[in-house]
Design a protein around this ligand. Structure first.
Ligand code: GMT
Length: 373
């Protein structure tokens, strides 16, 4: 197949999932055309099967804000014609689905271009549910030729908010040969020279991720055992997290490394992953950590309980219950046997349920079903 994929290139899990999906489809013989404002972060290698088409924006004094949605729709239609696309698959409904629907309509009647929308989370629970975007998001769902969601939780949330239920759940995935524990970890020595155990947090540091809670957890853990907190990523909450670490007197136990291209290296260096989010429709960081045998301490929200089995592959708590999260993290950091057993179970669970070889064929089958209609 010739597949057009659109993602947010620089920010958030939906872009990562869309990019990884494209690479996996290409590895299975399909040709994937990424249509986006910039090269998506995890797309390091372009080739005959993985192509990139940049959305060009004309600036004009009359435009207070440049109409990206229209520029994207135009690019989608052009690429569809020039590259003979079979379908468009967009990640994150707003505004990608609307652009794709516009592109599809602009090509009628001489070209068919089915639109598949994958819902990731805040496109439904935060942005889409906001009154300013709700009607257009409902329209995007109804007009898409196929809709998938990345967890049962998100499907249910979409039904409740939009009374729309034509949704197939296709969960996120992880490549087990790429995401696996490596013991030759020099990075660990750099992050924790005295070999104190490491808690890692990976996110885009938006308020919804509650990165400040990680610092609160660290301060409590330090009362029981030495530890380091490695904060991977960047976003608006980073300064608040640093400020809180300073005021709690634990800044010297934190390492803020910013955005990193190879998350797997940081996961392999870690003993525990902290994911204290307010909302999380899946928790891709949790899945990637589990594949690297890292148990997860997370909030019991959204789709996280579908991924992390409480007491088996990690520990779940109410949002903001940093005392309980710190107790759970301390237990894992001080009890090596428990940590290793949980880590092994975490990997087994990630591999048996979310392996790329299991999930990518589900997308291909879904494409075929939509095309056959
Ligand atoms: O919150 C993010 O990291 C970004 C956001 C997005 O839509 O780009 O992530 C959502 O999609 C990820 C990939 O499918 C999921 O793993 C995250 O749980 C989800 N985030 C939220 O629901 C807050």
């Amino acid at each position: 197949m010739n597949i057009g994929i659109t993602v947010y290139p620089t920010y958030g899990g939906s872009g990562i999932v869309g990019s990884e999906l494209g690479k996996e489809l290409a590895a299975r013989g399909h040709t994937v055309h990424f249509i986006s404002s910039a090269l998506p972060t995890r797309l390091t290698e372009l080739n005959e099967r993985v192509r990139f088409h940049e959305v060009e924006m004309m600036s004009y004094p009359l435009f207070e804000h440049q109409p990206y949605t229209l520029a994207l729709a135009t690019k989608m239609a052009t690429v569809a014609e020039n590259e003979n696309l079979d379908l468009l698959h967009v990640h994150y409904a707003i505004p990608h689905s609307i652009s794709a629907i516009l592109a599809r309509e602009s090509l009628k009647p001489h070209r068919r271009l089915p639109v598949i929308t994958t819902l990731h989370g805040t496109d439904i629970t935060l942005v889409g549910a906001d009154r300013s975007y709700l009607p257009i998001t409902r329209y995007a769902l109804e007009q898409s030729d196929g809709v998938t969601a990345i967890s049962n939780y998100l499907k249910q949330a979409t039904i409740e908010t939009f009374q729309f239920d034509r949704i197939q759940v296709i969960p996120n995935f992880v490549c087990p040969s790429e995401y696996k524990r490596r013991m030759d970890c020099d990075l660990r020595k750099t992050l924790s020279p005295a070999d104190a155990p490491i808690m890692v947090h990976v996110s885009n540091f938006r308020p919804v991720k509650r990165p400040v809670d990680c610092v609160e957890i660290l301060a409590r853990v330090l009362k029981k055992t030495d530890a380091r907190l490695v904060m991977v990523g960047d976003g608006s909450e980073r300064t608040n997290a640093i400020h809180r670490a300073r005021s709690l007197g634990v800044y010297d136990k934190c390492v803020f490394v910013g955005k990193q291209p190879r998350i797997v290296d940081y996961l392999c260096a870690a003993d525990v992953l902290l994911l204290p989010s307010e909302q999380e429709s899946f928790g891709l960081a949790a899945l990637e950590a589990m594949a690297c045998e890292v148990p997860v301490v997370a909030s019991r929200v959204g789709g996280v309980p579908e991924v992390v089995d409480d007491g088996e592959t990690g520990f779940l708590s109410a949002v903001g219950d940093v005392d309980k999260m710190a107790d759970d993290a301390s237990r894992l950091l001080t009890d090596e046997k428990l940590r290793r057993e949980m880590g092994k179970r975490a990997r087994a669970s990630a591999v048996s349920r979310y392996n790329t070889d299991l999930i990518i064929p589900q997308y291909i089958e879904f494409y075929e079903q939509v095309l056959a209609r």
